[in-house]
Design a protein around this ligand. Structure first.
Ligand SMILES: [Zn+2]
Ligand SMILES: [Zn+2]
Length: 128
């Protein structure tokens, strides 16, 4: 792993639970390595994704975000506070068992994302 890639990976380990965008990773990476460029950060994110070390999170109309959590999980996007949360499976649940897959299909990768409002952003249901 190159030094730059290590820095980008370290940043994701540190703030990955916030699912940062490439520019957010860049801001943090620059603090650790002032010479790093945004293009380099993009390249590192690409190759880390290609190597399976991190995952891309694509939410409709939003910039691509990155996630270092490789356990099976879904992403919940809060339309109010713009945060992305990891949603784990109920213990013992098998994510591939909940979908009515046609016979013979095998899941190699699963990207489940949900949109909604998180628990800290209560929507006022009583007419404001
Ligand atoms: Zn929220
Ligand atoms: Zn995630």
């Amino acid at each position: 792993m190159t030094k730059q890639r290590q820095v980008v990976f370290d940043v994701l380990e540190a703030i990955g639970h916030e699912h940062p965008t490439a520019s957010e990773v860049f801001v943090q990476a620059k603090e650790r390595m002032p010479t790093i460029s945004l293009a380099t950060v993009y390249n590192c994110l690409e190759s880390l994704t290609g190597a399976g070390a991190i995952r891309q999170v694509n939410i409709e109309r939003e910039a691509t975000r990155y996630c270092p959590n490789l356990r099976p999980h879904a992403h919940f996007y809060c339309i109010d506070c713009d945060k992305v949360f990891d949603i784990g499976l109920e213990s013992g649940a098998d994510a591939s068992a909940v979908w009515a897959l046609p016979p013979g299909c095998r899941i190699e990768e699963m990207n489940v994302s949900m949109r909604g409002v998180c628990g800290t952003c209560p929507r006022c249901g009583s007419g404001d």
